[in-house]
Design a protein around this ligand. Sequence first.
Ligand SMILES: Cc1cc2nc3c(=O)[nH]c(=O)nc-3n(C[C@H](O)[C@H](O)[C@H](O)COP(=O)(O)OP(=O)(O)OC[C@H]3O[C@@H](n4cnc5c(N)ncnc54)[C@H](O)[C@@H]3O)c2cc1C
Length: 400
Amino acid sequence: MYHQVVIIGAGPVGGRLATELASRGISTLMIEEHAEIGRPFQCAGLVNPPAMNMVNLHETILQDIDGAIIHSPSGIAVPVGQDGKTRTHVVCRKRFDQGVVAQAMSAGAHLWLLSKPIDATVTQNGVNLKIQREGETVDITCDLLVGADGAHSWTRRHFRLGRPKEMMIGFQADVSGLTGKSNWLEMYTGSEVAPGLFAWVIPSGNNTHRIGVWSRPQDLDGRSVEQCYDTLLSHPLWREKFADVKEIARYCGPVPCGVIQKPFKDRVMVIGDAAGMAKPTTGGGIGPGFRQVESIIEKLVKSIVSGRLSASDLATVCKPFKTFRKEQDRARALRDLLVSTPDDETLDSHFEMFNRPEVLDLINREGDIEHPVPLGMTLLRKVPAFRKLALKAGFKLLFA
Ligand SMILES: Cc1cc2nc3c(=O)[nH]c(=O)nc-3n(C[C@H](O)[C@H](O)[C@H](O)COP(=O)(O)OP(=O)(O)OC[C@H]3O[C@@H](n4cnc5c(N)ncnc54)[C@H](O)[C@@H]3O)c2cc1C
């Protein structure tokens, strides 16, 4: 059996690539190890408007979000956003993933469920794959193999393509029993509840919420993210708010942030979480994965059609990834400076600054979660109390 492209993993990024390839006439097969698309899911389900507009799956939206209330370690609350102005959407991940993969199939791509690769070898003429499909071994050849197989990517490991710069750990529970504004999410910071990063409470429609925490392993100091979640729920500042919470489900997963140096080899490449595309500031990986597909698709199709799929051909195709890596490095440097490395006391003093009307105004005017670096730099330049950090930031960004 032969296909021009085989994509391992039918998640949102693999599905998106399959749609773009198949709609340009490239024969494409998606290989998915699970029995259904979108399960199990490990995601807060935030999809920003540009990513949503690419796939037009608005029917999967559970809740629009207009803003965020961000809490400092001692409880200083900074509201960012404006009622009536949607900043992001909360989706049903299962329906969203299924929608993306259905678009690929409508465009002509094929899907094998309950299937996974057990071996792959690259020859001069193509890639020979052994796929385990519902207990049987099937041989397939293709011109190009794409790993869109998530954070623990088999493709990335099999072809020794390296590791993403950071591998965060996320934990989340779906709950009922919380009250509050249905169109604002909340974020919690501090060494006790989310060392180095933040915890979140996201309304997900129908009186349900998603409560989660993510952190860098080096900041956890032997604790688990699950323990941080327990600490948030029983924290003296917040326990009253969480008193009636009833859990519906809980899950834990990795968030790879930092595009690997060479996400390709002869006739092989990786994208999405497999390549380390998630944002170091929010952990979001769907929008960045879609942008990654959009950035390469025209050149990739030309390479497939002309049979130019060597490592150096794919290096040319994947050139935009360098910009993504640079953006991630700069965002990470600012995140570390403003959020990840300060102790709780310093973080509180940052929040006091953020909470001033003129600073809030600046954040609301210039804040763009897609591009946090310009806002960070403006804050450092314009807010007098941050100026001492500006020089440090300059150096960090210079070497990021
Ligand atoms: C707790 C948590 C919260 C998050 N919240 C958000 C959020 O709100 N917004 C956001 O944008 N991102 C969020 N993310 C990140 C987001 O889930 C990922 O970035 C996104 O799913 C990446 O898509 P992908 O298609 O690259 O990989 P995945 O969604 O991981 O899809 C990979 C697919 O490949 C399949 N697969 C894996 N290995 C194999 C194999 N060997 N053979 C066959 N199939 C295989 C899997 O079953 C899966 O279907 C969150 C992550 C976590 C852990």
